[in-house]
Design a protein around this ligand. Sequence first.
Ligand code: XMP
Length: 541
Amino acid sequence: METVSSPVHSKILILDFGSQYTQVIARRIRELQVYSEVVRFDISAPEIKQLQPNGIILSGGPASVYDKGAPQIDKEIFWLGIPVLGICYGLMQMAHHLGGEVVFTGKREYGAGTLQISDGSQLFDGLGNQLDVWNSHGDEVTALPKGFLTAGRTESSNFAAVEDRERKLYGLQFHPEVAHTPRGKEILQNFVYHICRCAMDWTMSSFIEEACDRVRQQVSDEKVVLGLSGGVDSSVTAALLHKAIGDQLSCIFVNNGLLRAREEEIVQRVFGENFHVCLKYVDASERFLALLKGVTDPETKRKLIGNEFIKVFQEATEELLEEDRRNGERKLAAASPSVGGHGGYKFLAQGTLYPDVIESVSIEGNPAQVIKSHHNVGGLPEKMHFELVEPVRQLFKDEVRQVGLQLGLPKEIVYRQPFPGPGLAVRIVGEVTPERLSILREADTIVQSEMEASDWYYKVWQSFAVLLPVQSVGVMGDQRTYENTIALRIVESQDGMTADWVRIPYELLARISNRICNEVKGINRVVFDISSKPPSTIEWE
Ligand code: XMP
């Protein structure tokens, strides 16, 4: 188990029983400006006691309490004197282990319901006597444990909300964390503020101060290197580290020749000129393009690009070190070449986020168990024996964005869409050539500018062009053409694990298509990708 808590904050611990909504609960609590942390369901009562949370939430989960191997809570947790809110399977755990009766109904109940609230529950303070709620559960409580009473009922259950006021134990059969329970946030507020007595002390300004202190403590006067990609996570990491340790941070930005138009300009302007970050720009485009010549297999492309990146990064670090030596500024390299894994650079900074840190609970039937196929720049730490600095590993993406804004990063960086490490290479189906890259860049620029102009850019997860190795017949003026095809991919997603295509207005699609066909030489057809993930993926390769 890994916890990344700080003892100074109010804190809610979320025990993960494998629900697809566990992270949603954690985000909802943080939106209330209270720090929340996800831990595995099998954390012991003494471990919890040590972490000193103000309250505990038990997530839902796909299992039935009677399943063989179903996740079971350490029931001593209910006797710690810490308020507990059990949601769905969390409620079943509570009822099951405290002497109530839970039956397995044999089918899951999904959908909307109406909760009739009984008088006097603190959980529903200020919410009137009726609530729309959203259910998704298999087991059902049929008899309450001693000390519990009903706090709300639905059409199908007398025990849709229950509580033991004395011990501050609460259970909900429905999901307050999802949008389909419109006033769920107020229920969580009541639990967090009034029952657990948490303070609203999780703010991004306090995070920035604390994160800077932590970094200074960790790295002391050593040097840190960071692979800056221009994406949100590495950019915010760079800005935060720069604030914390100034010139002890060096960033390396590699142009692999597979970037979007003007990308290298933007990064150099923002970080070099505005922030005065120590930035090493490496133009390795020719190396990458030479390597990709004749390669059409997607996995081979990815591997070649990934391995070459490591080499380029290693070389760039050595060059940085050489420059430092020549400048005679830094004492470390010459004095103790054995320090750290790579001469003078003892630390490698990474923009790891909280969702990558949470250990996922593996329970059959858990839709959250989709395999994640891509990671940050792979292989660097293992190969170069760096120690890691990961200053934003406590944060969710929306929090990282807030930190970026507070540190003064421009909106074009903070709200940019994700862009894959192998870049445009995985958006060119077939061989990557300079000509095809140039066609794709032009089309991509049109997509991006039209999406921005219509305000759709910031509403979707990703919007981009893909160049297909398909030629088709067209007509331009009186001329027959036989040119390439661009596929337009516009998707919405929470985290890239699942996605759906966006129902974008026809007028916008028409404008993008017209402009691409008219302005991009070599394209005479644009198609719109209407596949969701799964079964498709977001990128085409
Ligand atoms: P797929 O295509 O697997 O993509 O549905 C899911 C999300 O991940 C991004 N992606 C990558 N990100 N390195 C990255 O940093 C990669 O190699 C990579 N491949 C895909 C993709 O853009 C989408 O947001």
